[in-house]
Ligand binder design. Structure first.
Ligand code: ATP
Ligand code: MG
Length: 306
């Protein structure tokens, strides 16, 4: 079920923090919502989940082509950890499963499955308030996405998670999308966005500044780097050259370069095209500069004779 925000604005008192934000979450897809502290990500999520109503615009869940309000139809993993500290991990997960409408054996199976996916099996009988912060983060996540939700909003689910927990959480998010859940995922860790793939929405000062796949954003905002190695005989001597060319139109530039090389009687030995990574795209979109684009570039189509 798609979850759609159409031109939503929101103010806390006199202070407007979201302006005309439109965002669409489709079944089985992940949208990574990025933006600096205070950009309005959590506020937007609170509107998408139906916790707050927009001052203008509309949030709706499409069911069979009809619009419904989001409240009660969208799963949410809040930025702040919310667990019952005096209950066990199993009781916390079981309670969330009950809220998701699961009963009896189905509930027990859901709790066991979630514990396995999140590496919490050995902690099921532990008191939730006594386990580590990263472990609590996983319990909190498990509670938020219990029961195969049709859409899930995950607000910084990896904060405080160690390397293994982070990998488990990302795998879990990808599985959720594979099973058809529409996901909105916020993070300040760019490598997670690279790993998740999907679409990227960048919120800045309460406005969506850019939205699309990494490739879309690279086409619109990035400079790719083409590395071209050529070889041939020039004035009777064997010559090899290696050049790097920055371009915003890599396909076109590559065509031209290859044409020139062949026209000059030389052969193309190797071509590599580096597209800008999410870090450099984010930098460019948020700060308007292109710091270190080559350093964070991702090779996308190595080619040649090696
Ligand atoms: N309950 C509130 N009352 C008044 N202002 C608020 C409230 N909650 C958030 N704000 C303000 O709204 C703006 C957006 O906050 P929000 O929490 O949505 O940002 P965020 O993008 O989630 O930031 P972070 O990355 O730090 O989580 C901030 O300037 C914040 O101070
Ligand atoms: Mg936030």
């Amino acid at each position: 079920m798609p979850l759609i925000a159409q031109r939503v604005s929101y103010s806390y008192g006199q202070r407007q923090v979201l302006t005309d934000v439109s965002l669409r979450l489709d079944e089985g897809t992940i949208v990574s919502l990025l933006g600096p502290n205070g950009a309005g990500k959590t506020t937007l999520i609170s509107l998408l989940v139906g916790l707050r109503s927009p001052s203008s615009g509309q949030v709706s869940v499409l069911v069979g082509g009809r619009s419904h309000p989001p409240a009660g139809r969208v799963s949410w993993v809040p930025q702040r950890i919310g667990i019952y500290p005096t209950l066990s991990v199993r009781e916390n997960l079981s309670y969330a499963a009950a809220l998701a409408g699961l009963r009896g054996r189905g509930r027990a199976a859901a709790v066991a499955g979630m514990a396995e996916k999140l590496g919490l099996e050995a902690l099921l009988t532990a008191t939730a308030g006594r386990i580590s912060g990263g472990e609590q983060r996983r319990v909190h996540l498990g509670m938020g996405i219990m029961g195969r939700p049709s859409s899930a909003l995950l607000d910084e689910p990896t904060v405080g998670a160690d390397i293994e927990s982070r990998a488990q959480i990302l795998a879990m998010v990808r599985d959720l999308a594979r099973d058809g859940t529409a996901i909105c995922y916020t993070t300040h860790t760019i490598s997670e966005v690279e790993e998740l793939g999907g679409r990227i929405a960048i919120l800045l000062g309460g406005v969506i500044r850019a939205e699309g796949s990494r490739e879309d954003l690279a086409t619109r905002y990035g400079m790719s780097v083409i590395e071209l190695e050529t070889a041939g005989i020039v004035d009777g001597a064997q010559v090899r050259t290696k050049r790097q060319i920055s371009t915003s139109t890599p396909d076109k530039t590559l065509g031209t370069l290859i044409g020139e090389t062949v026209g000059a009687g030389l052969t193309v030995e190797q071509v590599r095209v580096y597209q800008p990574g999410v870090a450099s795209l984010y930098e460019r979109i948020v700060h308007g500069n292109s710091a270190d684009e080559v350093a964070s570039a991702v090779p996308t189509c190595p080619a040649g004779d090696d």
